[in-house]
Design a protein around this ligand. Structure first.
Ligand code: C2E
Ligand code: MG
Ligand code: MG
Ligand code: MG
Length: 287
């Protein structure tokens, strides 16, 4: 069952690769990042009624020449360990800003930062350069952060994020509600958005306590003036509950779309934005 849900089950389940395999993969990863062989997919974020597309999350993809697609759950920690995560982050931000600038309307793009990125002020010029080169308005770039184990210098992270936010970007805390994103960050970091982890959505329909938890988290986030993205929505029943309980400003999940390559996302966005414009023209004509 798990197999068809995830193309890269093989590596997800054997995270402790053989030493030689690991060494080999490290060399290949370094090469892939250096030569720009890493690709980007985009997963849409929709208004809860599914009528409007607001933006997309950029997710990196690595297809190994012999091993096939490797999960980010494998190569992100490898890149962190090798000290080359910053190079990957730069590639992702560059490409995402470039592609987002070609999308219609005011769509935003959201990129994942590693905790390592937030330990070094270099990230500020990486972002500034990407915005410069692409001409993308900073308001259309969002940065997602998680703890991922090593955000031990919270003060440095806070200072860097404050600066990025002052430049116009928005900051989202990712995987919220898991061990990787602690409650105290809500108070310490300059956030705009909370992305509620998909563990809150799983079993939402079968377990009444899940809904209470979700509603509680949503209430907390709203009290703090944060926007809410609910991740991992897969079924109509989950979506209905989330809508009835007004638990989301945006939805990201398989129900509205999986991650797709940039070209396909561009087409989707263009099509939906046109429909959106037509719909709003019709509404204003009727009123
Ligand atoms: P994330 O940032 O929380 O990204 C969302 C992940 O959930 C993606 O997995 C996405 O495909 C998956 N997902 C989205 N909707 C659904 C759904 O309805 N059901 C289920 N079961 N899953 C859903 P992916 O692409 O495998 O990425 C995994 C993680 O790897 C990401 O989690 C992110 O933390 C990390 N990652 C991916 N690309 C990058 C990157 O370029 N840089 C960094 N630093 N991290 C990245
Ligand atoms: Mg993310
Ligand atoms: Mg997430
Ligand atoms: Mg996640």
């Amino acid at each position: 069952k798990r197999r068809d849900k995830n193309r890269w089950t093989l590596f997800e389940e054997s995270m402790d690769l053989q030493y030689s395999e690991r060494q080999r993969m490290k060399l290949d990863l370094r090469e892939a990042i250096r030569t720009g062989a890493m690709e980007l997919c985009y997963q849409p974020m929709f208004s809860p009624d599914g009528a409007r597309i607001a933006g997309a999350e950029a997710l990196s993809r690595w297809t190994h020449p012999e091993l096939g697609p490797i999960s980010p759950a494998v190569y992100i920690p490898l890149a962190e360990e090798m000290g080359i995560i910053g190079d990957l982050t730069r590639c992702v931000i560059d490409k995402a800003a470039q592609e987002c600038a070609s999308w219609p309307g005011e769509l935003f793009v959201s990129v994942n930062l590693s905790a390592f990125d937030l330990a070094d002020r270099a990230i500020i010029s990486v972002v500034a350069d990407a915005l410069d080169r692409s001409g993308l308005a900073p308001e259309r770039l969002q940065l997602e952060i998680t703890e991922s184990g090593l955000m031990n210098d919270l003060e440095t992270a806070r200072v860097i994020l404050t600066e990025l936010r002052a430049m116009g970007m928005s900051i989202a805390i990712d995987d919220f509600g898991t061990g990787y994103s602690s409650l105290s960050y809500l108070d310490m970091l300059p956030l705009n958005k909370v992305k509620i982890d998909r563990s809150f959505v799983r079993n939402l329909c079968a377990d009444a306590r899940k809904l209470k938890l979700l509603r509680g988290v949503v209430h907390l986030a709203r009290e703090l003036g944060l926007d809410i993205v609910v991740e991992g929505v897969e079924t109509e029943a989950q979506l209905r509950l989330i809508r009835e309980n007004e638990c989301a400003d945006l939805i990201q999940g398989f129900i509205f779309g999986s991650p797709i390559p940039g070209s396909a996302f561009g087409e989707l966005a263009t099509k939906l934005t046109k429909q959106d414009l037509i719909a709003s023209a019709e509404t204003s004509r009727l009123s």
